[in-house]
Ligand binder design. Structure first.
Ligand code: GP9
Ligand code: MN
Length: 684
């Protein structure tokens, strides 16, 4: 036995032995932290495997730096490197406990106003056990000082050090390859910091975030106030006067926005086996007080949902690559709908049954001036309450309604649904609708989750009527983006009852619903051509909020003077006359491919110019953070420090608001809860 111990300490008495011990201890503790301190949501064997091994490559690489040095220094360098990495883990544990997200360098730099108020409460967040992160370092130091492990002063061959560095990089590459195969676009689309840590590791996350922050500050540093001149010129030239018939028609009403996940326009009135997929939405679509738009397009790029949110609430485009919310949401200055309306006396709240870090909502919503963000921690959950990204819609709406009831009125509330999300999975007990029979496994269950979403909406609508909110609110519904991507051409053709589909059909397939309902509003199907960029000015005009000095790229959909040019993020566009895809132009009304006359060519060039200018100016606003140079009259700059979305803070804030402004649904009913009917089997 003692021989065995001796043998193993003997190995530890070499530089390489010590290095392996340090790496091993570090990887084990990182893995323990992953499992106990963070909610990374590793599902399935690939993700579990990557989570377990992801600390190894960076540890080999970073501790390997010490191997290029000589003598005792090698040992102490490893200890210092360990200490630095452990401080990073430690800081993230504490930050995560408060914000359910990882630290970013912009938060650390605290430049501007993104500090997130951590200093205030750090004493309350820290637990004595957090210091266990440093345990292995203490043990190693003691072992070295007591000479249980003896320092080996023989030089470690640089050649071997190099081999180890190369090995570490190759492992990182292999790991990235596996990660990207499981979640494509991991780094280009930048969904969620949790994903990067889950797939690649805490150190890789640090490196990636440092790179992103650097890139973002560089564009910001290069921009200056004069860059706004051309933006203002463009925006002012294209601002349209509102329609007097609609302007201010919904003044003072609540706004309830329902974000219909992956919901396409073709689903409206669509039937499978003679049954309507979305009977509740169809009825709402035709309601005499609903304005429904049937030529309304999604304009998102890689940022998908986050691009839709960016356009809807800022009238700024998402970026050509990645998500503007993740890259610029934390630092930038915005003049978003929640901020505008909260300064007009509205309570503002976002609801979503997913973790707050997805699409960096937890930080971006602060920049947008959302007072409340009711994300996953606000909802009771059981294993069968969730599917895919989070809460099932029926359960989500029911629980969200309890918070909605408590919001002082008027309020601006956005509810983001989830269940109708790729890969459209739903348990048997919730599936009561036939799948389509295109033979494409990805596409066929789409109508089933859409049907579920429709039922959930139906239940929520009943609640809105019971609570009285139906009468004094603008209820706006929109589909955020396509649910069936262009890769499924054969299935799309099948769904549309066509032999095949071409580029024109696919462009038209980007239509999503937009419905705006308000009691007393003159409704109807409006055929104007528009897109997500146009929603904010439309809503503001309906609410009678003057916007003649804002930086918004859209045009009020109800204005008679709008230009009806729908820009797609790749520079293609649709107008009532033309649908331009790549170098081909189709006639929008017929889908016929056009051989352009010189007159038409001129028109297309002009339209293309407009689209390209619009997109690039919008990018300039976001990438240069240009809104920091301009505060419209009557608008106060948002102070991100005012917001904290943690459950206890949110609840305390609600309580205080309730006392000060007893105008919530609940207060008006003297505290009597609004009954909510749902047939969700999980709640029975
Ligand atoms: C996640 C949800 C999905 O919280 O909003 O985003 P998507 O994948 O549709 O962009
Ligand atoms: Mn989405």
């Amino acid at each position: 036995m003692s021989g065995k111990i001796k043998g193993s300490t003997n190995k530890l008495n070499t530089v390489f032995g010590f290095y392996l011990l340090v790496v091993l201890l570090f990887c084990v503790k990182t893995y323990i932290a992953y499992q106990t301190e963070f909610t990374l949501g590793a599902k399935g064997s690939v993700q579990q495997f990557l989570l377990a091994i992801n600390p190894i490559p960076a540890a080999l690489l970073l501790f390997g730096i010490a191997l290029y040095f000589r003598g005792r220094l090698v040992y102490w360098l490893m200890i210092v490197i360990d200490l630095i990495q452990s401080i990073w883990i430690f800081a993230n544990i504490i930050y995560y406990r408060e914000f359910s997200d990882f630290l970013t360098f912009s938060v650390i730099k605290g430049s501007g106003d993104v500090q997130n108020n951590l200093g205030k409460s750090i004493g309350q967040i820290i637990r004595p056990t957090d210091f266990l992160v440093f345990l292995d370092i203490i043990v190693l130091v003691v072992l070295l000082l007591t000479h249980v492990i003896r320092v080996d002063v023989r030089p470690f061959k640089r050649r071997y050090a190099l081999v180890l560095s190369v090995l570490a990089f190759s492992l990182m590459g292999a790991e990235y390859g596996m990660a990207n195969a499981d979640r494509s676009g991991l780094l280009t689309r930048t969904f969620d910091n949790n994903y990067i840590v889950k797939y690649l590791g805490l150190n890789e996350y640090a490196a990636f975030n440092a790179y992103q922050t650097q890139k973002e500050s560089a564009t910001r540093a290069h921009a200056n106030a004069s860059d706004l001149t051309s933006v203002k010129k463009f925006v002012n030239r294209n601002r349209v006067s509102p329609n007097v018939k609609y302007y201010g028609q919904a003044k003072g009403k609540n706004v309830i926005i329902i974000h219909l996940e992956s919901f396409q326009q073709f689903l409206i009135n669509y039937k499978v086996d003679g049954k309507e997929v979305t009977p509740n939405l169809n009825k709402f679509y035709k309601n005499k007080n609903t304005l429904s738009f049937d030529n309304f397009y999604n304009q998102v790029a890689q940022g998908k949902t986050s691009d839709a949110e960016m356009m809807l609430e800022n009238s700024l485009y998402g970026l050509p690559q990645g998500s503007a919310m993740t890259t610029y949401g934390t630092q930038n200055t915005f003049q978003a709908a929640p901020a505008i309306l909260s300064q007009k006396g509205y309570t503002t709240a976002a609801f979503h049954g997913d973790v707050p870090s997805f699409w960096n909502r937890d930080n971006t919503y602060k920049s947008w001036g959302y007072e409340y963000f009711f994300s996953s921690s606000y909802y009771k959950t059981k294993p069968d309450y969730s599917v895919g990204y989070g809460l099932k819609d029926k359960i989500f709406f029911k629980q969200a309604s309890q918070y909605l009831d408590q919001l002082p009125q008027p309020f601006y509330a956005k509810l983001i649904t989830l269940t109708n999300h790729y890969p459209y999975e739903l348990d048997k007990q919730n599936t009561d609708f036939p799948a389509t029979k295109t033979g494409d496994k990805t596409v066929d269950p789409y109508v089933q989750t859409a049907h579920y979403l429709d039922e959930a909406f139906g239940e929520f609508l009943t609640y809105l009527k019971t609570s009285g909110l139906y009468k004094n609110s603008v209820i706006m519904l929109y589909g955020d983006h396509y649910g069936i991507s262009d890769n499924h051409r054969a299935a799309i053709a099948h769904l549309l009852g066509k032999k095949s589909v071409n580029e024109y059909d696919l462009a038209q397939f980007q239509k999503v619903p937009l419905m705006i309902h308000s009691a007393g509003l003159k409704g109807g199907i409006d055929h104007t051509y528009g897109g997500e960029i146009d929603v904010l000015p439309t809503l503001m005009d309906l609410l009678g909020v003057k916007d003649n000095n804002t930086i918004q790229f859209g045009q009020d959909l109800l204005s008679n003077k709008r230009n009806q040019v729908v820009a797609f993020r790749d520079g293609d566009f649709v107008t009532p006359k033309y649908t331009k895809v790549g170098s081909t132009v189709y006639q929008t009304s017929t889908g016929k491919k056009l051989t352009l006359t010189s007159q038409q060519k001129k028109q297309i060039t002009k339209l293309q110019n407009y689209v390209t200018t619009e997109l690039s100016l919008s990018d300039r606003v976001i990438e240069g953070d240009l809104l920091r140079f301009y505060t419209p009259k009557g608008f106060t700059k948002v102070n991100k420090k005012d917001y904290n979305y943690k459950y206890i803070n949110g609840m305390a804030k609600l309580k205080a608001a309730e006392k000060k402004y007893p105008t919530s649904v609940l207060a008006k009913r003297n505290g009597k809860a609004v009954p909510y009917k749902t047939d969700a089997p999980e709640l029975k």
